[in-house]
Design a protein around this ligand. Structure first.
Ligand code: GDG
Length: 495
């Protein structure tokens, strides 16, 4: 039996009841087990406090914040986290800001947070660190003599080996991760990528039990695909919107996109794809209106400003070319709408258009499915580059770079029979229900507690990671790669 659960995330809900899937799930886990949630405060300070400051709000558990200076917000958060690690993990090494001050600030903040944490951690506590803001945390805690188990969940994709080679701190990157007891990733493809990166290192090796060894650290890597609170999303979506906010004609079709304004979300490619559909659309085809809801994000980072300008210009171009006196084909909202509006909008939409160029999971895809009327569901068009595509194979999967393919998928979705829509939705809903946010949280913590079975494998004789569909059950070894058994070698041994 372990002690308290201590969760560390960059942001912590500081006021009001918890909202949003991840926040609700962590709140419930903490309420059930007791513990502490730590995150950064809302206001910047001149001199950061050397200890965590308790705040009100956790029901059945405690909350505490740590301080950041304005400079740290710029260099640690906007700088290293969002201008180095974010582009690195989203396959955009060209957008990495090479500024050594960012790395210094990242190290300083992580060391300070670790020191404050070390003062309150008991050996049997379980520490759960969220995301790329705190990669050095376990290493710092170990330096300070903390022996409690520390796990990381990375919400974004794992970088590829060539991308990782672009990181000036690549040596440290491997050490940071190896200091955790469990590294949780979104998909099996991420796990495979992580293993490939470590195995390419001179001191990286795979152990018999599937864990990784790097230098003198041993740790486990596994995928835990994140989900949503499907039940609660369905019930919000069911409540019809009071007034018709869209004013579309009855025969018009609605295509919906919902994404933070981020270059990883493929917004300009998506608009070009919709433009292809507009271009090919026959005179008698129904009108389709793309409503793109895009709240701003990280506005102080230059790459984010560029994407906003590019998107606005494209939307203007297509509206000018294909619009009519009584029809604007693309409606772009550069602000958030309340969840109570968003969920019923998902339900109204004939198509959920989710086409990121890279995405850890993508919860919008799952929310869109959860919001549908099972008797008359819409169609999900999903990028193969979203983590969600690994599970949601009954969506119309597209290459997000290929505007022709996106345009064709829109046409196919709009002309799909009700029977096909229902069958696809049923299969997708099963996935969303079976792997909801509560399953994810409980699964991760269970694994962190029982680390001895937290293996990443199995691997074939060449050391290649076997995906679920390539595995079979072996009476002695448990899960092994198909075409392998104990008769011809140790299935988990790699060269
Ligand atoms: C990161 C990873 C991973 C968006 N616009 C509005 C609004 N939203 C909500 C959506 C959804 C959430 O924001 C976005 O979640 P995503 O998963 O799509 O993307 P990221 O923000 O990039 O999240 C991602 C996730 O972490 C979890 O691990 O899946 O890959 O990048 O819930 O509904 N909500 C409201 N109004 C909006 O206008 N109310």
């Amino acid at each position: 039996m372990t002690g308290r659960l201590i969760v560390l995330s960059n942001r912590i809900p500081t006021a009001g009841p918890p909202s949003g899937g991840l926040v609700v799930a962590i709140d419930e886990l903490l309420a059930e087990r007791g513990g502490l949630w730590i995150g950064s405060g809302d206001d910047f300070v001149d001199t950061p406090s050397e200890s965590l400051q308790p705040i009100q709000g956790g029901s059945g558990y405690n909350k505490a914040i740590f301080d950041l200076t304005e400079q740290e917000h710029k260099e640690f958060y906007l700088g290293y986290a969002n201008s180095v690690l974010w582009p690195l993990c989203h396959h955009r090494p060209d957008l990495i800001a090479f500024d050594r001050r960012y790395a210094e600030s990242y190290a300083t903040v992580n060391a300070r947070v670790a020191k404050m944490l070390a003062e309150i951690i008991a050996p049997d506590d379980l520490i759960w660190v969220h995301d790329y803001h705190f990669l050095p945390l376990a290493q710092e805690l170990k330096r300070l003599g903390v022996s409690a188990r520390v796990g990381l969940f990375l919400h974004i994709p794992f970088p590829t080996l060539p991308d990782l080679n672009a990181l000036p701190e690549r040596e440290q990157f491997y050490q940071w991760l190896a200091a955790f007891d469990l590294v949780g990733l979104q998909t099996e493809a991420d796990v495979a990528c992580c293993l490939q990166c470590f195995r390419a290192q001179e001191t990286g090796e795979m152990l018999f039990d599937g864990r990784l060894k790097f230098q003198d650290q041993t740790f486990a890597v596994r995928s835990f695909p994140i989900g949503i609170d499907a039940k609660s999303f369905f019930s919000i979506a069911e409540k019809p919107l009071k007034d018709d906010p869209l004013h579309l004609r009855k025969e018009d079709r609605l295509i919906l996109g919902v994404d933070r304004l981020d270059y990883s979300k493929g917004l300009t490619h998506r608009v070009r794809g919709f433009g292809k559909w507009l271009e090919k659309r026959g005179a008698k085809s129904p009108r389709g209106t793309l409503v793109q809801i895009t709240p701003p994000s990280r506005e102080l980072v230059a790459a984010y400003q560029d994407i906003a300008r590019e998107l606005e210009a494209l939307v203007g171009h297509f509206n000018g070319r294909y619009g009519e006196l009584d029809w604007t084909p693309i409606r772009l909202l550069e602000h958030a709408v309340p969840r109570e509006t968003l969920a019923p909008l998902y339900r109204l939409a004939d198509i959920g258009l989710v086409t990121p160029l890279a995405d850890g999971m993508n919860l919008v895809a799952k929310e869109y499915i959860a919001a549908q009327d099972p008797d008359d569901p819409g169609v999900l068009i999903l990028s193969r580059a979203a983590g969600a595509a690994e599970q949601m194979t009954d969506a119309l999967l597209v290459n997000p770079h290929d505007s022709e393919e996106i345009g064709d998928a829109i046409e196919r979705a709009l002309s799909m029979s009700c029977d096909e829509r229902k069958a696809r939705h049923k299969a997708l809903m099963q996935v969303v229900r079976d792997t909801d946010i509560f399953e994810w949280g409980a699964g991760y913590l269970d694994c962190l507690e029982r680390l001895e079975i937290a293996s990443a494998g199995p691997f074939d004789e060449q050391g290649r990671f076997c995906r679920k569909s390539e595995r079979k059950s072996d009476p002695t070894m448990g899960e092994v790669c198909r075409d392998q058994s104990l008769d011809h070698g140790n299935p988990q041994k790699i060269g």
